[in-house]
Design a protein around this ligand. Structure first.
Ligand SMILES: [Mg+2]
Length: 230
């Protein structure tokens, strides 16, 4: 039996669409608080994201519009994390997951529990996967690059690590922890990390540029799966 495990953000969908959804929600909340147009606040945060990143963006927008308070920052963070995101699986991902219906599929994703749960729910991944591992539910120390959830999966499915492939986008943490255990690894060259090159121990054994290349890559790794794709 072969098990196919996916990362979520920037592997199955574009994470910027989540950030956009969250910023729109926060901008709507702040437009009442600051008496500014939602669009103005959203655009300011969106531009800021692309210049200085996400780190202190709610602090920054409140300072920019002269309304900084620690409480308002906290409210923004809560709204961002708890909002039901307006995100969707691209058609290409849906096609890919449909083609893989003869396989057992899993998700292993890092990040805030509520945030990742809401994403997985909206993207219909609980129905599409055997199980969704949100690593932070197992303790922060078991987030990637920890192999904890992957080793748990081996026990659950009674399979060997070389019968399991992980598809992820982030060479900083997706592969380095599981390669020593013999898992198969595929890096998808999409999202925020696509231009990063890492030392060999961090890099996946294989690369694809888009999910539609996954079936042929799986056949290359496991010739016996030929004919299993729908
Ligand atoms: Mg990712």
């Amino acid at each position: 039996m072969k098990i196919i495990v996916f990362d979520m953000d920037d592997t199955l969908y574009d994470e910027y669409t989540y950030v956009r959804s969250g910023f729109l929600e926060v901008a709507s909340f702040l437009s009442d608080q600051l008496s500014e147009e939602q669009e103005v606040l959203f655009t300011w945060m969106w531009n800021r994201l692309h210049t200085t990143g996400r780190g202190t963006i709610f602090d920054d927008v409140l300072k920019e519009f002269n309304n900084y308070s620690a409480l308002l920052v906290k409210n923004c963070v809560t709204i961002y994390r708890q909002h039901i995101p307006n995100i969707f699986l691209p058609q290409e991902t849906i096609n890919c997951l449909e083609q893989l219906k003869n396989f057992t599929l899993y998700l292993v994703t890092d990040g805030d529990k509520v945030v990742q749960h809401n994403k997985a729910q909206v993207l219909d991944l609980y129905d599409r996967m055997e199980h969704c591992y949100i690593t932070h539910c197992y303790g922060i120390e078991n987030a990637k690059p920890s192999p904890y959830c992957f080793l748990d999966l081996l026990k659950k499915e009674s399979v060997e690590s070389d019968d399991v492939v992980y598809i992820g986008d982030n060479p900083i943490k997706d592969f380095v922890g599981i390669k020593p255990f013999g898992f198969q690894t595929i890096r998808i060259m999409t999202g925020q990390h696509k231009d990063i090159e890492m030392p060999i121990e961090y890099e996946a054994d294989h690369r694809i540029s888009l999910l539609n290349e996954l079936p042929s890559k799986l056949e290359e790794i496991w010739p016996e799966v030929k004919g299993m794709f729908l």
